[in-house]
Structure formats: structure tokens, C-alpha cells
Ligand binder design. Sequence first.
Ligand code: ATP
Ligand code: MG
Length: 362
Amino acid sequence: MRIQKIHLTNFRNFDDVDVEFGEHRNLILGANAQGKTNLLESIHILGVGRSHRDRKDANLVRFEEPFYRIEGIFEHIGVKTRIEVSYGEERKRIRINGKDAKPVDLIGLVGIVISSPDDIDLVKGSPGFRRTFLDMAISQMSKEYLVTLQRYVRALTQRNLLLRAAQERRIDASEATTWTQSVVELGAMVVRKRVAYLEEIVSQVSENFAFISGKTSDIKLTYDPRGYGIGEGTDIAVSLANALNAHSDLEIRRGHTLYGPHVDDFKLLSDDRDIRQFGSEGEQRTAVLALRCAETNAMGERLGRYPLVLLDDVFAELDEARAGALTALISKFDQIVLTSSRPARLADDDMHRITITGGRIG
Ligand code: ATP
Ligand code: MG
């Protein structure tokens, strides 16, 4: 789906603005601190129901105001969809074509891929960033995955509550394990989907990496289960169950579940070396962008249309050759919204320009 226009009320540094978008390539221009990232963030919220950089909706409300509201008009093969997300008085509300909806109703509707400078955490940051990458990417392609993941999280929460109760001797330790079966079954389903997803995108990541960097290397994406095995021929559920059973005393002492997809990770290897450890800054940026472009491709294939691609300041740290290659690589996508603080060479004739100054357009 393409975004046609957005209306922001009291969102971040915007008080009341309308923004129109071009069908294909859009460039948001402005000096530092004018609202470029805020505008991308608002589109992201319409696409997936939450910000990519702040979990607390209260922080997104314009200072000193009581609420924010974002309304966007999207279009796909002639059909318009109106999405509204608002927040005030500690209540968040999502509406699709005027009807109340839940965040899960948004997932996969528009399809969003975002890349920002924070993406470097996909290489350098803690495992949580990489798990979020997998979960967002797969959820937008598969409601089934999202539902399984939510059920897993609920089972995990219950199991943890009982482990804490056992720790405080309020219940017998055996009761804590009543949720083990659900955690194991749902957890194994999550892991299998994540492993399959990495297998699905690895050749694309490899191609994209070669295209942007101008040299071929052997890229591997390896799922990294913490404390249990998933090798060839392994029954993941059995393997996870064994790890949990073998450490049940420790789990009760710690009061939470120690193994499962909620602590797993994945690695990005180039010629068998971890890019996190050996990659240059530019290579790490390249790897992340190769990953984001592969995410876009996979979603495009699965949904039958490309997602909306939001690229926040991604050219800033790439050299001339890599920036040029990235421009070529993303040109096949459907609709893109880029930000830049420089009226860069990117701004050619068929690029729809949006200039922001102090939260105002134009
Ligand atoms: P850069 O080029 O430095 O990335 P940017 O144009 O992307 O700049 P934004 O991140 O969009 O800048 O932020 C613009 C301004 O919005 C900042 O000065 C910030 O202080 C302000 N801002 C952030 N949150 C709020 C809020 N809740 N209410 C009002 N202003 C806010
Ligand atoms: Mg910014």
C-alpha cells in the first residue's frame, strides 16, 4: 500500500500539519532537528501501531499538549484505506476506515520496512534488537507467526510467575512446570519460523551486500539458540525441553525461564567472520542495509506487493560508490520515503520533495 497523505496533530514537534506524498520516491529534506525522523516515525506508527524508537506513547505527544493524533490515507489498486492512531489520557486508539481496531489488525495491512541510523544495533547491539528484527519482519508476512509469538509470550509470562512463586516457596516447584509444555511447543514453532526466515533471505542478503559493496563475499545468517541445539535432525521441542528440565533448579533460583526464543540471537557472518567483530563501520552499515533490502524483497514476494520503505538518513555514512549502489538497489521498490539533511544528489526530477522547517512543511 502506498501512503498518499498524512495529517498530524500534536505529534512530536508538529502541531497541525498535512503532508502529501508522491507515488514512488519521496525525499524529506531539512536541517537537523526540524522533524524529519518524527515524520517517518508517524508513518511507521500507522503501519505497525507503534514507534520504532520509543515504546512510550506519552513521549510522542507534543510537549504540553494532552494528546496526539495521526491520520493517514493509503491506497492500493484504487482502494483507499484510512488509518488513524491517537493517544491521550493514557489511552491509545487505532481506527481503520473509521472502525476501532487492534494493533494486530494493522500488522501486514500496509507492510513497513524502516531503516535508521539506530539500525547499526542490528550488528553491534544486544540480541534483543535482532530478535525484534526477526519478529517484526516475519509477523508482517505471517499472522500465524504473530499469533504463535503472542501465545508464547503469554505462556512464558505464566511460567515465570509460577517460577517466582516456587522461588518464594508459595507453591510446589512441580506446579511451575505446568506451563513448560506450552512454552516448549510454542517456542519450538517460533524458532522453526525464524530459522526458515533466515534461510529464505540469506541469498538476497548476500546479493545485496555484494551489490552495495562492489565485492562478493560469502554471507551467512546463523540462528544462535542459547543453551540448546537445533542442528540437522534435531527435534527443537525436545532439545528445548531438555535444556529447561536440566536447569529447573537454576530457573527456580532465578525466578524466570532461561531458555527459549526470548533469549536467542542470530549472527551475521562474512567469509565466516562475525561482521560485528571484524566488519568496518561501512561494512556493518552495508550489512544492515543488505538485510533491510532483503526484508523488503521477502515481504514483497509473500504479500504480492512491496512494503512501504522508510529510510532515515541512510546515505550519510556511506561512501559515494556505496550510496550510488544503494540508490540503484532501492529503485525497484514501490514507494520509498527517504530523509536527508543535505539537498543531496538524490534530489532528481522524479523525486517528490518535502521540506521541513521547525515542524512546518515547505
Ligand atoms: P536530524 O537531522 O538531527 O536527525 P530530524 O529532523 O530528524 O533531525 P527529529 O528527530 O524529527 O529531527 O526531531 C525534531 C525535533 O522534535 C527535536 O528538536 C526534538 O526536540 C523535538 N521533539 C521530540 N519529541 C518531541 C515532543 N514530544 N514534543 C515536542 N517536540 C519534540
Ligand atoms: Mg533524524
